[in-house]
Structure formats: C-alpha cells, structure tokens
Design a protein around this ligand. Structure first.
Ligand SMILES: [Zn+2]
Length: 446
C-alpha cells in the first residue's frame, strides 16, 4: 500500500488504464466465438483494429512489446536469468511513479507469461501482484477442459481474473488505477473454446460500463496472437489468423469531444493502417501526457518508427514497423508445385536450420532427435511485392520424428539467402519435456 498511501481524491482525474486480455484469439475468431461480447463492443462504440499484426511467435514477445516497447530477443539479458525481467522497464512502473495504483493478474499459473520457461519477476512488479494467488489456485479442486485448468474450485479460472479486475477497479474507484489482467484458461488450446466464456466476459464489461468506470478510463481489450497450432493452421485463414489478434480500444466520450483529431486518427489507424504492439506501448505513454502529467514519451526500442495510435500514422510496411517477414500479413502467397527444385532446396534448408538451432544448444542437444525431411506439405510464393528479384517462399514441412514446421525463406535471384522465424504447427508439449526454454519448440526428445 505504501506507494499509493498519499494519493488524494481529485475532481479532475487522470485516465485509468485497464487491459483485459484473452490469449490466442484472432480478430476473426473473436467475432465467431464471442458474439455477445463483440455485440457489446460494437453497440458501445469501441474502436476495432483490423490490421493489428503480432511481432513475435507467442505470448511473451508480444506482451513484452506492449508493456515495455522492447524486442526481448535483443534485450541485454535473457528471461531465463533471475532478475532479468525486472530490468525490462514496464510501463506500469511509470504509472506507479505518477501516483497510480497498479495491478497485474493472470490465470493458468503453469503457463504465466513471465514464468513459463522463464524466471519471472524477482520483485513484485505492481502494487497488487496476483502470481501467488494463481499458484494457490493450483491447490483447489480443478476441472480440466482442453488440457487447461478451466475450473479452479467453485469458479472458472477466467471468472476469477474478471472478478479480481472488478474488485481492483471498484476498490480504487476514487484513485487513478492501472490494471493488467490476462486469461489463458479458456482460449489457449482450441479454436472454439472461447465460446464457453462469452456470456461472462460480456457481463463483466456490461457491469463495469454500468458502474461508470468507462467515463474515466482507457480500456484495452486484446489478444496477443491467434491459435498457433492444430488443424486450423493448415488452412489459409489459419495462417492469417495466427498473425492478426483482436484489439479493441475504448476512450471516454468526453475524450472524443476534447480531442476530436486524435480520436479521428485512432479510427483511421484502426481501419486502414498496419498497427503493432509497439504502437500500443506508445499510445499508453501518450495517455499519461493527455492526462496532464509532465511525462517524457520514450521511443520504442523495438520499433523506432512506431507511434501512438492517436497520431496520424502514414501507410507503412512490415519493414517500417519491425515486423519480421514471417509474421507479416501485408502481402499474400500463391501456392507453387512442391516438386520444384527451389522448393526442394528451401525445404532442406528449413530442416537444416531446425537441426542447427538444436545443436547450438550444445549442453542439451544430445537429448533431441535429429530431424529429416518427410514431406513438403505446402509451398507458396509471395505476391504483391514490388522487388521482382526478391521473393519469399512460405514452406510447411513434416519431419521424422513427426513434427510440422513452417518457415518463410528469402529467395533473391533464385538463391536462398536467408530464413526467418520458424513456427511449430503441431502441439509439442508431450514430447519436448527433456529440455526447457525456447528449445522445447524444436526438440523431439529421444
Ligand atoms: Zn499467447
């Protein structure tokens, strides 16, 4: 309590900030599986971002970008080191220093964003930090659905997070508050599973709307990426949806009236601009300035060109805003014959890369089998790029031992020059337990 004990009630209040996040839901899958929640957002006038593109594979890089503006893979330390994550510089600390009460809570303790294969925070990152609460939930009677702890004790795990968020904002209704609330337990593994919580999420939003909270708050309703594995990933929409999570923003009506140009920019950016988690980081800094604080906005270390979503953004390419080709949805692909010579070379190149990633972890590499190419499932070439000599080949391969990988290979004048990130399209939890960390995505334990 010490950090906010001296807060005073004020008639002119800075904007509260509330993130409500649900893991692994694309914009399209949100509309399909959570129609009641979507209808509420549409009826109350939220801004719906159609080109919000993820910048990394899974939860961690995308949330680090949102909360710190950084690309974690080039950070000075690795999150597998104790105390590393504490040094990242989270935006909630800036809010806390300016007198906000802060909170962070997440369900499904085994895969919490900053703890899964990582060391987590050494120091409590926010005034109210619910990691211990999430770990304590593990001792309750559980009901697993889709391999996740859907129910813990008498509540569903997601409901606990929503109730925690509601308690937090009701408790600090008279004070500026910043809350980050994240749910995995009903969305992470299966495409249709968010449906189960649609009514409860809609009710939560309706309740805080009725309470008047919306009048004083910026609300960020978001996901981090779409479904990353399973059958849907072998479809074209599955490729797109993995890369395009939903993002809806709420700004109060008085804000819209006070800053009409900024709100206009927001709507244009939502409808017709490529936007990123780094832009969201910049926006939440902008909120501090617009709330009247003397605050120096820091540029995003992960994307120097990224900017507040309330600014007039130019048309941008993925290169402009630090989105790797593998995650870029700005150009499409058309299928090519998998028997082409270049496809064969590219496929072997991808499998060699996977084996090289494994052998680079010299201390544990011997625990993992060496992959060989079994089958090229799909090969497709980029369309809509202006540089005729340069193209991207999207390659999906199946291997022995059995795994499915996707990679985007750069081809210049017929030569393979570079590979980008790799996606793992099948679920690997069951046979990667002999190693820890990011290597799990690649390792098939012997
Ligand atoms: Zn995620």
């Amino acid at each position: 309590m010490s950090t906010h004990a001296n807060l005073t009630k004020s008639e002119i209040r800075p904007l509260n900030v509330l993130y409500i996040g649900i893991d692994s839901i694309s914009r399209l899958n949100f509309i399909r599986t959570m129609p009641k929640t979507h209808e509420f957002l549409a009826n109350t006038g939220w801004v719906d971002f159609k080109g919000y593109n993820k910048i990394g594979d899974n939860t961690f890089p995308n949330l680090v970008a949102i909360l710190t503006g950084k690309q974690y893979s080039v950070a000075k330390c690795f999150p597998t080191q104790i105390g590393c994550i504490d040094k990242y510089g989270f935006i909630w600390t800036d809010y806390q220093k300016l007198g906000y009460v802060t909170a962070y809570a997440e369900d499904e303790s085994s895969i919490n964003t900053f703890n899964f294969n990582k060391k987590g925070f050494s120091q409590k990152p926010t005034d109210y930090y619910f990691r211990t609460y999430a770990v304590a939930m593990d001792h309750l009677k559980k009901k697993k659905v889709d391999e996740m702890d859907y129910c813990t004790g008498p509540e569903s795990s997601g409901e606990r997070i929503l109730n925690t968020a509601k308690d937090f904002i009701n408790t600090f209704i008279d004070y500026p508050n910043f809350g980050f609330f994240w749910m995995n337990s009903f969305s992470h593994n299966k495409l249709n599973s968010p449906t189960r919580m649609d009514t409860k999420v809609a009710k939560f939003l309706e309740d805080i709307y009725e309470s008047g909270y919306f009048n004083h708050s910026v609300i960020i309703f978001l996901s981090d990426h779409g479904i990353r594995f399973g059958n849907v990933r072998s479809t074209r929409t599955g490729w797109l949806e993995e890369r395009l999570p939903y993002l809806f923003l709420w700004f109060p009506k008085w804000f819209q009236d006070k800053y009409p140009e900024k709100y206009y920019n927001l709507k244009v950016n939502a409808k017709s601009r490529l936007t990123t988690p780094y832009d969201l980081y910049m926006t939440i800094q902008d909120v501090l300035v617009l709330s009247g604080f003397k605050y120096n906005i820091k540029s995003s270390e992960g994307c120097a060109a990224c900017s507040s979503l309330l600014d007039q953004l130019p048309s941008r390419s993925c290169e402009d805003v630090a989105i790797d080709t593998h995650w870029c949805t700005c150009f499409g692909y058309k299928n090519v014959d998998v028997n082409q010579e270049i496809v064969k070379r590219a496929s072997n190149f991808v499998v060699n890369n996977i084996n090289n990633v494994i052998t680079s972890h010299s201390s544990v590499a011997k625990k993992c089998a060496k992959y060989s190419l079994s089958k090229v499932t799909r090969a497709a070439i980029s369309i809509g790029k202006s540089n005729a000599s340069k193209a991207y080949l999207l390659i999906i391969v199946e291997t022995m031992p059995e795994a499915v990988f996707e990679s985007t290979v750069t081809v210049v004048n017929g030569s393979i020059t570079d590979r980008s990130y790799l996606s793992r399209l099948d679920s690997y939890f069951a046979h990667s337990r002999c190693v820890v960390g990011d290597l799990q995505k690649y390792c098939y334990c012997k």
